[in-house]
Design a protein around this ligand. Structure first.
Ligand code: NAD
Length: 243
């Protein structure tokens, strides 16, 4: 089992879903966790959890990222989890949709990496985990144009950071989940107008016949935080969707 005792892990989008489960899993593995989210209310559900400090952070806000990292002290593990799904094809995607997907799903990650990397390089040790998706360069998925192009960029970012710093103790990997049970998934299912059918359709594309759980993805994030011989990889954890 992975022992993260003495490590500090910063998680974005830790208020709910995969980010929240990961904050708890990092803490259970012994890390001191700085759990961040734009939503102070959901973040509040982590207050009092052993090993977890909460801090409101909008990853679109460069100034807020800078102050958060300055006040955090050394960050050994960065989990860039924040991301957003825009539903639609290329014809449904406005310039604003494109810009927002890039800003939230990719540029925010570059800012956080830039903020923590100098400290990691000083210590010669760091694990960066970026949230991508099977819907990326891994697989073409209908009605996920802005999402998939931004999540594919996350894989490019991951490989680039891994290549530049592999000899200096930095590892950077991407997680590519299939469909995972989360609050935003529930909203997206409801938004289709036929919740039961949408849910059945999502389950049907997972060969294992079920959705993933946030805890399953969180376990994998903990593994990657401690996996000392892998970098630059995009790992599918998807119930067999990509096979
Ligand atoms: P979610 O979508 O239910 O929650 C997203 C969280 O992000 C919320 O807590 C929200 O407050 C936070 N957030 C939104 N904008 C933010 C901002 N500007 N700054 C900081 N936080 C912000 O959670 P989820 O479904 O577990 O998704 C988490 C990540 O996993 C996302 O990057 C998503 O694309 C990715 N992912 C999810 C699935 C899935 O099926 N759930 C599949 C593949 C990838």
């Amino acid at each position: 089992t992975t022992n993260l005792l003495g490590k500090t892990a910063l998680v974005t989008a830790a208020g709910q879903g995969i980010g929240r489960a990961s904050a708890l899993a990092f803490a259970a593995a012994g890390a001191h966790v700085i759990a961040t989210d734009i939503n102070g209310e959901t973040l509040g559900t982590l207050v009092g959890e052993a090993g977890v400090t909460t801090r409101q952070l909008d990853v679109l806000d460069a100034h807020s990222i800078a102050t958060t990292i300055a006040e955090a002290g050394p960050v050994d593990i960065l989990f860039n989890c924040a991301g957003y799904v825009h539903a639609g094809s290329i014809l449904d995607m406005s310039e604003e949709d494109f810009d927002f997907a890039i800003a939230l799903n990719v540029r925010s990650m570059t800012r956080l990496i830039k903020a923590v990397l100098p400290g990691m390089l000083e210590r010669g040790d760091g694990a960066i985990i970026n949230m991508s998706s099977v819907a990326s360069s891994m697989k073409g998925v209908p009605n996920r144009c802005a999402y998939s192009l931004s999540k594919a960029a996350v894989i490019g970012l991951t490989k680039s950071v891994a290549a530049d710093y592999v000899a200096q103790g930095i590892r950077c990997n991407a997680i590519c989940p299939g469909t995972v049970q989360s609050p935003s998934l529930e909203q997206r299912l409801a938004a289709t107008g036929d919740y039961e059918k949408a849910r059945a359709d999502f389950i049907a594309r997972q060969p294992m016949g079920r959705l993933g759980t946030p805890e399953e993805i969180a376990d994998f994030a903990v593994y990657l935080a401690g996996a000392t011989y892998t970098t630059g990889q995009a790992f599918a954890i998807d119930g067999g969707w990509a096979l």
